[in-house]
Design a protein around this ligand. Structure first.
Ligand code: UDP
Length: 277
């Protein structure tokens, strides 16, 4: 796009961020430390980036009253066993001695702060809780399961299923997410609100591994790896994570278009392209 510009820097760099905020009509704040592997391995970086970074964005946006969409995560629902997760539900965090939950807590603070800016300073802001968002160009570096499985399948290596593989997730194509976010950003009714965005098509990680093997036609095997080896001793996973999508449906008539097979095919296409280069 002729108007596209890309500045590579940190949201913690206030002069640069202030200038970009000044020039924007709407801020989509996605910069964060993400990925369970990164969170477990670098908790200080996770907590500081997520809390200080969002504080910085909200402070700068607040001064100029710039509309700001804050991206949060389904991780904030934590260990809640209530399915599906809806926006008004309680958040159930694990102990502070389990590093994983620092991510959920840092994002929950971001949400509180955004809603506080709306309430106290009338900053036009909306919070979006993304469920597992996937698609071409996603890095597998921080543990994300679909790019990891696709690469393993294409290389004929075993697909590494953590735990017993019965944990489930709902994967949403980044295309559907972007379309929804863009629509939300144009809705005044969304200000001061929190919305789940994702799909409610649920699959176990073991079945996901089988599906990737079948779509790629790979001869890879499935390897079951205990959580203590994959992450660290005492690691707690979320067993289920399915969104209640009624609120976002009511707002924008949201209906995701891409199913899981399309997602996997798109990621396979991208990964093959990368390998052919
Ligand atoms: N997972 C797995 N093998 C991998 C990477 C992840 O079995 O190589 C599992 C992980 O333990 C979790 C699920 O897949 O239960 C989704 O992981 P991801 O990191 O993609 O997202 P999360 O939902 O944990 O944020």
């Amino acid at each position: 796009h002729p108007g596209f510009e890309y500045t590579i820097d940190s949201i913690l760099n206030t002069p640069v961020t202030a200038e970009l905020v000044d020039r924007s009509d709407c801020i989509f704040h996605l910069a964060a430390a993400v990925g369970v592997k990164l969170i477990v391995e670098s908790p200080v970086q996770t907590i500081e980036t997520n809390i200080k970074g969002t504080e910085n964005i909200l402070d700068l946006a607040g001064k100029k009253r710039k509309k700001t969409i804050i991206f949060s995560t389904s991780e904030v629902y934590g260990k809640s066993s209530k399915i599906p997760f809806s926006e008004e539900d309680d958040l159930v965090m694990g102990s502070t001695t389990r590093g994983r939950w620092s991510y959920a807590c840092s994002k929950a603070i971001d949400e509180f702060l955004a809603l506080a800016y709306w309430k106290e300073k009338k900053l036009p802001t909306t919070v979006i809780r993304l469920f597992n968002t996937v698609g071409p160009r996603q890095t597998g570096r921080y543990g994300m399961v679909i790019p990891t499985f696709v690469r393993q399948a294409l290389e004929g290596k075993p697909l590494t299923v953590y735990g017993d593989g019965n944990q489930t997730r709902c994967f949403c194509h980044v295309r559907d997410v972007i379309q929804a976010v863009y629509q939300v950003s144009g809705e005044d009714k969304a200000l001061g609100q929190v919305y789940n965005i994702g799909t409610d098509e649920e699959i176990s990680i073991l079945d996901l591994a089988r599906r990737v093997i079948s779509i790629t036609g790979s001869s890879s095997q499935i390897e079951i790896i205990p959580y203590s080896e994959a992450y660290e001793e005492g690691f707690e996973d979320m067993l289920k994570r399915r969104p209640d999508l009624s609120k976002i449906k009511k707002l924008i008539g949201y209906e995701p278009q891409c199913d899981l097979d399309r997602i996997i095919r798109d990621v396979v296409g991208y990964e093959k392209d990368q390998r052919d280069r």
